[in-house]
Each structure stands twice: as C-alpha cells, then as structure tokens.
Ligand binder design. Structure first.
Ligand code: ADP
Length: 400
C-alpha cells in the first residue's frame, strides 16, 4: 500500500489536483488533472504520470457543478482508483496567509476562521482556495489537511521592503506589501543549489513569467523583495492584469469616468495587461505569432517593464549574480528570454543565443558575470513536500 498526498489548487472556476506518492526521498507524481468550467460547462480530466487519460467526464453546457460538486466527483474518482493507494493528507494552495503565517499550517477550525479574515485582502482568490478545505473537512473529517501560502516565502523580507509610505493607522490594518507566487519561488530556491551553487548562495532574481507574472529578488535563497505587493495585480503587466499603476489613475477613473469599484476591479484584473494593450489576446503565444502593431506594443511594454524591475531588484539586492527564468513564458519562450537578457547586458549578463535556442538550463556564456538560467517551477511538488513535512512534523527539505 503506497501512501499518497493530494494537492489542490482551487481557482474561481477550476480545481487543479495532483497526487504524489510519499514513498521515495522526494515525492513522485502519480496522477494529476483538473475540473474546469465549474459554473459554465464543467469538465473533469485526470491523467497518470505519463500523461495518459485515466478519468474523464463532462456535465454539459449551463450546468453549475460548483466547487462542492467538483470535489465530490474528485473524491469519488480517487475512491474508485484507490487500490494500492492510501490517501494520507491533502495540501492546499492558499493565496493569503497575511502577516501571521510564514510557514504552512495544519488545518483546523481555528485556522480556517483566521484565514477567512484575509478574504478582503484577496477577494478573487482566497474564498476559492478555502472552499475545498471546508468541503473536505465535512466529507473526509479524518483526513489531515495542510494550508500552504503564496505569501509565506516573502514574510522574511526586510521590513522596509514590505512597507508602503502610508500612515500607520492604515498599515496597521495589514495594508503592506505581501508578494505572491511564493511557492514557486520557494521551489526554485530549493533546487537552485544543484543547478548553480553560486546563484543559490548569491543575489538572484527569479522571473516567474506566466499568465500571472512577477519577479523576486533573493539573497541566499531568501526573499528580499518582490514586484507584487498588497495584491497580485501589482508589478509587471500580466495576461490581463495591469501591474504597476499610478494610484492617481484610479482616482481619475472614479472622478472623471465615474467608474465604481467593481468596474475598476474588472478593468485592472481582467481587461488590462497583454490583453488590454494588444486588444487581441492575453496569451503570449498568440501575440508572438501576430503581425499586428498592437501585439508588438504589448510585448514591448512587457519586456520594458521586466527590464526596469530587474534594475530595481538588483538595486534592492545590492548587485546581481544570476537571473532564473520560470513558468509558462519563462520556461518556453526563447524569444522573450533573448530580449530580456539583451536588456540586462548592462548588469553584466553575457547572453548565449545558441544555448537559449536549445534546451540548455544555462543560457549565459561561460565567464558571464551574471548567470542566466532556465528552471521549470513545480508549485504542486512544493505543496506536497510541505504537506508531508507538516504531517510528519519534519522541516521541509530546502534541497532535494
Ligand atoms: P499560469 O499563470 O496560468 O500558471 P503559465 O505559467 O502556464 O500560466 O503560463 C501561461 C503563459 O505562458 C501564456 O501566456 C502562454 O502563452 C505562455 N507560453 C506557454 N508556452 C509558450 C511558448 N512556447 N512561447 C511563448 N509563450 C508561451
């Protein structure tokens, strides 16, 4: 009988899951999949570690399966395939752990109540992250659960990196820079010693470039500063999020355009970024293939903002030893990496175009003062490691 850990990452309309066997030194992926379109046209698919479909179901257009229904189906699916496996715990991605949680935490009624207090800080994510925890608590009360926070890794930042220049009466309410994508950065920090010990021990900027994009300046594997702040809309332009914005723009939108909170929320989270600037798509692949000037303008702005943030993070770190590309765009787009590295030449990065076109992990020239690396992220594995560590009350391994 193999012990397995279930990892859940629940969004507003989808639940992604992975199953990891806990037998080995590191954990081994057994299956993964998702339920998506939970409120429109629900579809469930599960694949084994080799990518073969092992479970599939659709519910038809207009069916509102919801988070609960999707989890019920997942639990049923897991039970139907449980021969040889024993579910020993569930780990959840939870976007916000506030100022309190700098480590993953075992789920209890008290923890859930505490985490619900952070819903106003992340209204678009936190309720969806917490929903499956509640459902599992009632459906499988004996199953231990662990909450892993996207903010936790950044709690180690120096106070000055977490501060806004606002009155204390406001910052005391928790209006500070939190930073997100922490599980991704923590995973990168955990594998970096093997990939490049100098980058692991030194001043490294990790570029998590996906639909959601952010950058994190790390010193010896510890977060020192990040581009995302109070919310995950700050920093870089993203697929549909605007990133860094003069707060005066919000006042203008309210005063002059008479936009209310919900309209502004929609604008900055769903209608801006690559989609807003291009007017074509939020998907980088589509923009790279397009010949429209607006697609080029969107990519140019994305690259430009990354270059500026890299300078800013290098300043926060007091220098730069390495950059690491990760997530959908960072791992897959040689073109974007080439442009970002070219802009970073002034920092001492000597780019190796040939290595970048191949599948090399190192894309800087031998002898380059600043190394450039490509390292695939694995947030699910990080959650599974944390879950195992909390359940066995061992500290999670920083290096595999
Ligand atoms: P999420 O934040 O949703 O997890 P991902 O990390 O999967 O997002 O990244 C999605 C982004 O990666 C999309 O913009 C997609 O176009 C981009 N992407 C994936 N593969 C490529 C590629 N080969 N070239 C350029 N962009 C890519």
């Amino acid at each position: 009988m193999t012990d397995v850990i279930l990892v859940l990452n629940a969004g507003s309309s989808s639940i992604k899951f992975s199953l990891f066997a806990t037998a080995g030194e590191d954990l081994k992926l057994v299956a993964r999949g998702q339920a998506e379109g939970l409120y429109t046209a629900p579809r469930f698919v599960a694949k084994d570690d080799a990518g073969a479909v092992v479970g599939e179901r659709t519910w038809g257009d207009g069916v509102a399966l919801g988070h609960e229904g999707a989890l019920d189906h997942l639990v049923e699916f897991l039970r139907s395939r449980s021969e040889g496996y024993k579910l020993v715990g569930a780990g959840h991605r939870v976007v916000h752990g506030g100022r309190e949680y700098s480590q993953p935490a075992r789920v209890s009624e008290q923890l859930l109540t505490a985490l619900e207090k952070y819903i106003p800080l992340a209204p678009l994510h936190q309720p969806h992250n917490l929903a499956p925890i509640r459902v599992l608590m009632t459906r499988a009360p004996e199953l231990p659960q662990v909450a892993c926070f996207d903010t936790a890794f950044h709690r180690a930042q120096p106070p000055v990196a977490q501060a806004f220049a606002l009155p204390k009466s406001i910052t005391d309410r928790g209006v500070v820079r939190y930073g997100f994508h922490g599980l991704s950065y923590e995973y990168i920090a955990s594998v970096l010693p093997k990939v490049d010990p100098v980058a692991a021990a030194g001043r490294t900027v990790v570029l998590h470039l996906g639909n959601g994009s952010s950058m994190c300046g790390m010193s010896a594997g510890r977060s020192m500063a990040s581009t995302m702040g109070f919310t995950a809309v700050d920093g870089l332009p993203m697929g549909t999020r605007c990133g860094n914005l003069d707060p005066g723009v919000i006042l203008y939108l309210m005063d002059e355009l008479k936009m209310d909170v919900r309209a502004i929320e929609k604008l900055i989270y769903q209608q801006s970024g690559l989609l807003g600037v291009s007017g074509i798509s939020s998907d980088m692949r589509v923009l790279l293939e397009s010949r429209e000037a607006s697609a080029k303008a969107a990519i140019d702005l994305y690259v430009y903002r990354i270059g500026r943030e890299l300078g800013s993070l290098a300043a926060a770190l007091g220098g730069l030893d390495a950059v690491v590309f990760t997530a959908g765009i960072g791992e897959n787009s040689a073109e974007l990496r080439a442009r970002i590295c070219a802009d970073a030449a002034w920092l001492g990065l000597e780019f190796d175009a040939e290595a970048n076109r191949g599948k090399s992990q190192r894309i800087s020239r031998a002898g380059s003062r600043v190394s450039a690396l490509v390292v695939p992220t694995n947030e699910e594995l990080m959650i599974a490691r944390h879950t195992r560590a909390v359940l066995t009350a061992r500290a999670p391994a920083r290096a595999p």
